[in-house]
Write a protein that binds this ligand. Structure first.
Ligand code: ATP
Ligand code: MG
Ligand code: FE
Length: 341
């Protein structure tokens, strides 16, 4: 089967055609970094307008690249949440219109499911269950991925997401937006032991994350004027890595046994974090795998792939399904623990 995927939940407009045997037939992605850079973050109205302008020609372009017509697709998949509601609606409404016009099934997908299943697009040998570290701009979670639609959340952040911490650190250091890649680049020139920074929640009984205190400490380090920016970046990144490994070790104790550790989401494109996770997994006799960086940051191939996974199970969604600004992958965790934790 072939699935058309559409992504528009944040500030990347993307469309892709992916087959159920893992071939990316075509994909286009347009970042809006330049449009949002002057504001230091994503402006929802600007994002929604940009998606609306770019999406239709982009869908035409991926079909043209693959030399296909819409009728040759087996399903139309779009992110239906969570994310900025204006952008999500642009993508979902486009998918509904295409599904209606072609008579093909609609898949209204959770963006986080796209991230969560992306390791299986990149690597056919990744089987359920696996332990997933999901680290992105809006989320920082450890999940047991037990099947398509079967996600058990073991840990989440009690304040900031890891990508957010990278972005705030970049802002403090004057590195611009988006911040993650810039912090990673600067960190390569710094001494990770130079600046004493906290490891929030390290050693605590529950495997949750916290990054707000780390960000505040980065701000104090910068304002003290005593440290090189590269040393602050490197020390921040090392503190984040130490937190991740400590929390993962804790989560593994409470997770059903999985022999594979995977990382996904925008922060998973960070080479230092990938390297640390690989060593961590190897030391525990676990396999480690991560999608290539371009499949970690937002893209439509992961949405098309999640659609492929659901197509294989015969799922589809009604054409009147609503977009959801908030949409946890594991609703049980959300209702039991309440918002935030
Ligand atoms: P979510 O997926 O939670 O809805 P999002 O879609 O906005 O949020 P992603 O595109 O998955 O987020 O990831 C973007 C985040 O990843 C940003 O915070 C960005 O700074 C971070 N990021 C990207 N590349 C790197 C990197 N090399 N190192 C660290 N962080 C990075
Ligand atoms: Mg982006
Ligand atoms: Fe994302």
């Amino acid at each position: 089967g072939i699935v058309l995927g559409i992504e528009s939940s944040c500030d990347e407009t993307a469309a892709a055609l992916v087959t159920t045997d893992r071939t990316i037939l075509a994909q286009h992605i347009a970042s809006q970094d330049e449009a949002h850079a002057p504001y230091g973050g994503v402006v929802p109205e600007i994002a929604a307008r940009a998606h609306a302008e770019r999406l239709a020609p982009m869908i035409e372009a991926v079909l043209a690249d693959a030399g296909m017509s819409l009728d040759e697709c087996d399903a139309i998949a779009a992110t239906a949440g969570p994310g900025l509601i204006g952008g999500v609606m642009v993508g979902l409404v486009s998918a509904k219109a295409l599904a209606m016009a072609s008579g093909k099934p609609l898949m209204a997908l959770n963006h986080l499911e796209g991230h969560a299943l992306s390791p299986r697009l990149a690597d056919a040998s990744v089987e359920f269950p696996y332990l997933l570290l999901l680290v992105s701009g809006g989320h920082c979670q450890i999940l047991s991925v037990e099947g398509v639609g079967k996600y058990r959340r073991l840990a989440t952040t009690i304040d900031d997401a890891l990508g957010e911490a990278f972005d705030k650190t970049a802002k403090i250091l004057g590195l611009g937006f988006p911040g993650g890649p810039a912090v990673e680049r600067l960190a390569r020139e710094g001494d990770a032991a130079a600046v004493p920074l906290p490891r929030p929640l390290k050693g605590s009984a529950e495997p949750h994350f916290s990054f707000a205190g780390l960000k505040s400490a980065v701000l104090r380090a910068k304002e003290s004027g005593e440290h090189r920016d590269a040393d602050i970046a490197a020390s921040f990144q090392q503190a984040a890595i130490d937190c991740i490994l400590d929390r993962l070790a804790k989560a593994i104790g409470s997770a059903p046994p999985a022999d594979t550790l995977v990382v996904a989401g925008g922060v998973a494109s960070n080479a230092a974090i990938r390297g640390a996770l690989e060593t961590f997994a190897t030391n525990r006799g676990m396999r480690f795998t991560a999608p290539p960086p371009a499949l970690c940051t937002d893209n439509a191939a992961m949405i098309a792939w999640a659609g492929c996974e659901r197509l294989a199970l015969g799922h589809s969604d009604p054409l009147d399904i609503a977009a959801r600004p908030r949409w946890p992958l594991d609703p049980d965790a959300e209702s039991v623990r309440g918002a935030g934790v």
